[in-house]
Design a protein around this ligand. Structure first.
Ligand code: NAI
Length: 658
């Protein structure tokens, strides 16, 4: 007789400590029943299971309590046949549970994966030992290193599952497991424990294959101290699967996992995981039903407008760009075409899909074209007078209830809202360049922005696959206000005689995706110069270097010179001694003491320190809701290293360990 055990722990059947206890008991009961010959484990609520409950790791991690490990060990001890019948997602600990079974079947829509690495962990319930035994070991390693989920089709190809079944079979499977594996009789279903299989190394040069695979894998991931800790431990665990008997390999995996749970990078990544889930919780906001954005308009077809339009097209929302300059329309069309063609070339999109998305972006030089849009985003020049004129026109044309938004980086949202008769349906939607790639979206709340408008914006962000963070309406919002302090400190160090190239190198060593001076050059010195003109109170505005570079037309990559030099058509920054001399002259004139012999750690400490101080001010002023919101902004918008958890988390950690 077959016994069905259904994972049913809404919403996603997470295998929490508590729930594991229940499943363990069900398995033990079935084990005791001599009439039971096979056990099918399946899931309710449209999922197999999303895996172990991440919340459980946040409590003091105590592997001596009941965990999915115990469930799996009970399966391993049992003399019955286990079948994992997967419909929907099977991730992490849940896939490890399935790996401990003798058969795995899945419906076509199922998605399977071991994403632990994304939280700075490794599979810790036998996954690192069973997966390399079940499928090609290099594939197993890659799957776990990338933490990617695979489709049922791919899982079948890899040998991760035995069969794809249709959902109807899934239902009856509960009572008729003999339908499995081409009608094999249930009595014929024998135990086939993955733990008893041997790792199959590539036939060629077996003796060399093993050390080679391991060495190459270690080389392919970042250093332990630069975000690669879990990756190296994962490779160690897989090496154990290659070299050791199952039980000893498993013991090693457990130990490595338990080490990682307490490691700083994993704590940081888990902090970000939870911070991301908090973002749309806005204390004090009355509940409101979001409306759906079915059509959108974008005013201005420049760099940002074009990127924003692509973002909407990618989300299946038709969009119209209003751009008065015919040349610019041509350029924007070309950018869009080039971007979609690139996706087709890389095999990420079919020709038809590219065509369809391209067709969903329309152009016009007439504002009337956006009259019926549910949302219109302005991305014209960063100039208040121009923006006010645009919103005056839009307010008169766009249908009542249509939301108006500005993509401004630094200007006052309320001042713009005031020229309209709909300040409740007005807000800032601050995308980051390139808008179709960067995940961050700052949602800027004006003083009259309604709860419904905010709810709609958060819902839209999800549709656009952006990570949205709420900011109050204040200069530079969250990210750029901090960025100005961050770059200001970098400039101060350069004035003290530390070469910009060294400062950038120190920040990259800290883990930033890019150094501050390289960022200046990428964004354009003129952009900062213009901001400085409007905000003479900014400390960055008081440093003479921006004026000098602006005068010399050293605007960054676009002019071939900025804080670095660039060869014609290249983006590779070349150290430029002229800049170091210029800093020296300016420092002399201002009487700045030269002290170039600071360590890389001191450079990072000062620059990150400035960032943290600015973050604290932002919290004090109520611009950001929570420290975690600031961390998310810096991770997704400015390339702060995720394994350090964001500036505010890092500050707290540094204090704790000081
Ligand atoms: P851009 O200069 O590339 O594009 C502006 C476009 O607006 C031009 O094509 C121009 O012809 C058009 N335009 C000007 N006046 C118009 C009007 N009255 N009606 C319709 N179109 C008009 O500028 P970019 O970089 O795209 O910036 C646009 C906005 O986005 C600015 O507010 C900027 O601060 C903001 N932003 C820029 C970021 C960046 O990295 N470039 C990042 C985030 C925000």
């Amino acid at each position: 007789m077959n016994r069905v055990i259904t994972l049913d722990n809404p919403p996603v059947n997470a295998l929490s400590f508590k729930y594991s206890e229940k499943i363990l008991k069900e398995i033990e009961d079935a084990q005791k029943d001599p009439s039971v010959t096979s056990i099918t484990i399946t899931g309710a609520n449209g999922f197999f299971s999303a895996g172990v409950d991440v919340n459980d790791f946040q409590k003091a991690w105590d592997p001596s309590g009941t965990t999915v490990r115990d469930v799996i060990e009970a399966i391993e001890r049992s003399d019955k046949v286990f079948i994992a019948a997967i419909d929907g997602i099977a991730l992490g600990g849940a896939l490890e549970l399935a790996l401990a079974c003798d058969r795995r079947v899945a419906t076509k829509r199922s998605k399977l994966g071991l994403p632990e690495i994304k939280l700075g962990l490794i599979p810790g319930a036998g996954g690192t030992q069973r997966l390399p035994r079940l499928i090609a070991p290099q594939e197993a390693l890659q799957l776990m290193l990338k933490g990617e989920t695979v489709s049922a089709d791919r899982a079948l190809e890899l040998g991760l599952i035995d069969e794809i079944v249709d959902p109807g079979v899934m239902v009856s499977l509960s009572n008729h497991p003999e339908q499995l594996a081409g009608g094999e009789q249930v009595e014929g279903l024998r135990k086939r424990r993955v733990s008893e299989m041997r790792v199959q190394l590539p036939a060629t040069a077996q003796a060399f294959a093993l050390p080679y695979i391991i060495a190459e894998a270690h080389k392919s991931v970042p250093a332990e101290e630069s975000g690669g800790l879990a990756a190296h431990k994962l490779i160690d665990a897989v090496q154990a699967a290659f070299e050791l008997p199952f039980a000893r390999g498993l013991a090693r995996e457990y130990r490595l996992f338990d080490e990682l749970v307490a490691s700083a990078p994993s704590l940081s990544l888990r902090h970000l995981f939870f911070a991301e889930r908090e973002l749309s919780k806005i204390p004090g906001l009355p509940p409101a039903e979001p409306s759906e954005i079915k059509t959108a308009g974008v005013i201005g077809g420049g760099t940002m407008g074009t990127g924003i339009a692509i973002t909407f097209a990618n989300a299946g929302i038709p969009v119209t760009i209003v751009e008065p300059n015919a040349d610019q329309i041509g350029k924007s069309r070309q950018t869009i075409f080039g971007m979609f063609m690139h996706q087709v070339k890389r095999g990420r999109m079919t020709q038809e899909e590219a065509w369809k998305r391209g067709q969903s972006i329309a152009f016009s030089d007439d504002y009337a074209a956006v009259a019926d849009c549910d949302l219109v985003i302005e991305a014209v020049f960063e100039n208040m007078a121009v923006k006010k004129e645009v919103f005056g026109k839009l307010d008169a044309i766009v249908k009542p209830g249509g939301i108006l938004a500005s993509n401004t980086s630094t200007l006052d949202i309320d001042e713009m809202a005031a020229v309209t008769k709909r300040p409740g349906q007005f807000l800032g939607l601050h995308f980051f360049a390139p808008a179709n790639i960067m995940k961050l979206l700052e949602i800027v709340r004006g003083k009259e922005t309604s709860a419904q408008t905010l709810a709609t914006a958060f819902k839209l962000a999800k549709q656009l696959r952006k990570v949205a963070v709420l900011s109050a309406n204040a200069f530079g919002f969250i990210g750029n206000r901090m960025f100005f302090e961050y770059t200001r400190e970098a400039v101060a160090l350069a004035e003290e005689g530390v070469p910009p190239a060294r400062i950038d190198a120190a920040m990259k060593k800290f883990g930033m995706a890019m150094g501050p001076f390289a960022t200046f050059d990428l964004s354009g010195i003129d952009v900062f110069w213009h901001v400085a003109q409007g905000r003479p109170d900014l400390e960055l505005a008081r440093t003479p270097i921006l004026d000098r570079l602006y005068e010399q037309k050293r605007l960054g990559q676009k002019t071939g010179k900025g804080f670095y030099k660039y060869a014609e058509g290249s983006r590779d920054a070349i150290r430029d001694e002229e800049i170091e001399q210029l800093f020296a002259e300016l420092a002399k004139a201002a009487g700045v003491k030269q002290q170039p012999d600071v360590s890389d750690e001191e450079v990072a400490r000062r620059i990150v320190g400035a960032l943290i101080k600015s973050g604290e001010e932002i919290l004090r002023d109520g611009v950001a809701l929570r420290p975690g919101d600031i961390d998310i902004v810096w991770i997704y918008g400015y390339g702060f290293p995720p394994y350090r958890g964001g500036p505010m988390w890092y500050a707290q950690e540094a204090l704790t360990h000081a």
